[in-house]
Design a protein around this ligand. Structure first.
Ligand code: NIG
Ligand code: FE
Length: 425
């Protein structure tokens, strides 16, 4: 089954999510479903998709490996477009402080939070970071993720930021999940830079960004634009320079207080703005107009006991919404795709169809890859998942449990729940 040439037949439905750009507003409800569909894959690329009767007339089954979907639903692989999956150590103690009422930002301002993960990531060897990163990717694969974004930002200093990005590169090479790398050197302010944030931004611009660009260690630059972290002006300065140097940009925006991060994302032509719990109406409208993807991370709001981002309103105002896990050791230690589906559908009033769009074609758009992944369209990478059930409607319905049976990446079967858990090894 690993020849990258296959016909998948007898799918009860092929949920194509067809499209080559982000879907906005009402378009998010259209999943482009083909009942009793089949898909032809050649050299890891989707060659054709359509009703089975037509496909099997045109393509000779004898010439392909045949995967019998046995009346189950076939979808594009999920794109988790916002994670921090490489870090050292854990913050379980901090989680229990938060349970008793301590504030997330207060913990960070006392030197814990992100800064605690920074200390532990500095202390970790590359081998340790690699081993844990691979394990986390295995877990994501079992949830049907075929492309993931990963951010640095637990180093802050030059050496550790580069170490994190290099480990991401190594895991990308060795794991079937494709990794999109983001440099997030401006993720927190270390003690020695308190009150000297402008200097820290200049050092990043002068010393780190040129190396990241030259060594092709990242495709995106991100910043934690937040009160008591980096201001709108500092974020604008950093991201404008990153753009000039050839990186694409995204932001952690309007997460804790309404600072105008959504407006800045629109002004800069960011590919996405993420979190947006406190985004203003103007910010949302400007993002919709400029085609900035609104990446929502309900697992983080859930874990921080904050109000969810206004996803329903964003879609109704014509924005393109993506959903992602935000997997990280602090604000959301979860890579669970089913959890995010449950939160989005049950608590944010996002429909199942919109949530699927948000995790496929719009997730791809949040990584500037809507032309190559995120849907089952001829010409795209053959990244697909087969569910255990006949309908996509089971995804949020089976609460908190993965409904994914098989995962195909670049035309290869890389995960099979019925066989050994990770078949790619
Ligand atoms: O996306 N908000 C900033 N950064 C991460 C949290 C990182 C952490 O707590 O370690 C986030 O939520
Ligand atoms: Fe994040």
């Amino acid at each position: 089954m690993n020849k990258r040439n296959m016909i998948i037949k007898n799918a009860s439905e092929v949920v194509t999510c067809s499209g080559f750009t982000a879907k906005k507003g009402k378009e998010m409800s259209d999943l482009g479903i083909i009942e009793k569909g089949a898909v032809v894959v050649e050299d890891g690329i989707i060659k054709a998709v359509g009703p089975q009767s037509e496909i099997l007339q045109k393509y000779d089954e004898e010439k392909y490996d045949v995967l019998d979907a046995d009346g189950k639903a076939l979808l594009p692989g999920f794109v988790d477009s916002h994670t921090h999956y490489i870090w050292g150590g854990y913050r379980a103690e901090e989680f229990s402080w938060r349970l008793r009422g301590d504030d997330y930002m207060d913990i960070m301002n006392r030197g814990g939070g992100i800064l605690s993960s920074v200390r532990q990531t500095k202390a970790a060897s590359k081998e340790e970071l690699y081993r844990d990163g691979m394990k986390r990717l295995d877990s994501m694969l079992s949830f049907g993720v075929t492309t993931v974004e990963g951010k640095s930002g637990y180093g802050l200093d030059f050496d550790t930021e580069i170490k994190q990005l290099e480990v991401m590169q190594d895991t990308d090479r060795d794991h079937p999940i494709e990794v999109v790398k983001t440099y997030l050197g401006a993720h927190a302010v270390p003690k020695e830079y308190k009150g000297r944030e402008d200097e820290m931004i200049e050092e990043i611009i002068n010393d780190v960004l040129p190396v990241v660009v030259e060594k092709k260690l990242a495709e995106f630059c991100d910043v934690f634009c937040e009160k008591n972290v980096f201001s709108i002006e500092q974020s604008r300065r950093l991201l404008s320079k990153a753009k000039e140097m050839g990186l694409k940009v995204k932001l952690h925006a309007d997460e804790i207080v309404p600072l105008g991060g959504a407006e800045l994302a629109a002004e800069l032509g960011a590919v996405s703005a993420d979190h947006l719990l406190q985004a203003s109406d103007e910010g949302i409208d400007q993002m919709a107009k400029e085609g900035v993807v609104a990446t929502l991370l309900p697992g983080t709001a859930f874990s921080l006991k904050e109000k969810y981002a206004r996803g329903r309103e964003m879609i109704d105002r014509g924005a393109a919404v993506a959903l992602a896990t935000d997997l990280n050791p602090g604000s959301c230690f979860s890579e669970s795709i089913p959890l995010i589906f449950s939160l989005a559908t049950l608590y944010m009033n996002i429909s199942t169809e919109e949530a699927i769009t948000a995790f496929t074609i719009n997730g791809a758009a949040a990584l500037d890859r809507a032309d190559t992944i995120g849907s089952i369209d001829a010409g795209k990478k053959a990244d697909m998942i087969l569910l255990e059930f006949e309908s996509y409607k089971f995804i949020p319905y089976h609460i908190g449990v993965s409904t994914v049976e098989k995962v195909i990446k670049d035309g290869k079967l890389v995960y099979d729940k019925e066989g050994s858990p990770a078949v790619y090894r």
